[in-house]
Design a protein. Structure first.
Length: 244
């Protein structure tokens, strides 16, 4: 049991490494503002795909539509509380509230990754490592875009690096919950949790991530293609996993 748990923690580290790797790439590169805007749209496409092809379909399997709707609303309302907390933090750390809220979307994504990895690993360690490996790649663009966006806002390098690491830590908690708690919880409870995360992720994406991506005014072709590629990439990964 302990060995399996440690393996799940190692699996959860892969998406975190992807996000941190994106942050480090952003520190080494200086793309034009429009490129960063396009990357944020790509991250939005990834977030929307995660909701559309992973979170909601899993919820539908065990929760009635009205239950999914209520859980989604709860997740969206939770994003309001996070926005207030982030607004207070941004006044001290520098940068705009919207720029920091981008990290809220990324954190919600990582939390959902952890829950799915933990629950998936409870069923099959092979499935868990496959899910983690897929998210390793998927999280690089989000980490890159979020960190580069903070740099454009004039946030200090140390703060950017700490933020990139900080938002990656909750994945270990959610992976542990997914493996130790949710695996034994009724399917309905698992579905409601995923639906709530979907609400948080969609709210943060639409209200914060997309507006931040529009701020540099990237060419329409670049933002549209980036969003489409982000969405298509996640659907391809889901298809490779057999719609798991």
């Amino acid at each position: 049991m302990l060995t399996d748990f440690l393996r799940v923690m190692a699996f959860a580290a892969l998406p975190a490494v992807g996000n941190i790797g994106g942050v480090l790439l952003a520190e080494m590169m200086r793309p034009p503002r429009w490129v960063n805007g396009a990357l944020l749209h790509g991250a939005a496409g990834i977030a929307i795909a995660i909701v559309a092809v992973e979170l909601v379909p899993r919820s539908v399997e065990s929760v009635a539509m009205w239950g999914i709707g209520l859980a989604f609303i709860a997740g969206a309302i939770a994003s309001l509380g996070l926005a207030r907390a982030v607004d207070s933090f941004s006044k001290q750390a520098g940068g705009s509230t919207g720029a920091w809220m981008v990290y809220t979307a990324i954190m919600a994504d990582l939390i959902s990754d952890g829950l799915i990895i933990g629950a998936g690993s409870a069923a099959s360690l092979e499935l868990g490592v496959f899910l983690a490996s897929a998210q390793l790649v998927a999280n690089v663009p989000g980490g890159f875009a979020a960190s580069a966006n903070l740099r454009k806002q004039g946030v200090k390098r140390q703060t950017r690096l700490l933020a990139g690491i900080g938002v990656s830590l909750p994945i270990f908690i959610s992976a542990a919950l997914g493996f130790l708690v949710l695996r034994n919880a009724p399917d309905m409870v698992q579905g409601l949790c995923l639906a709530a995360i979907a609400g948080l992720l969609v709210a943060a994406t639409i209200e914060d991530l997309v507006p931040e991506g529009d701020a540099p005014r990237p060419p329409r072709w670049s933002s549209t293609i980036a969003m489409a590629i982000g969405f298509a990439g996640i659907t391809a990964l889901s298809g490779a996993m057999g719609g798991s």
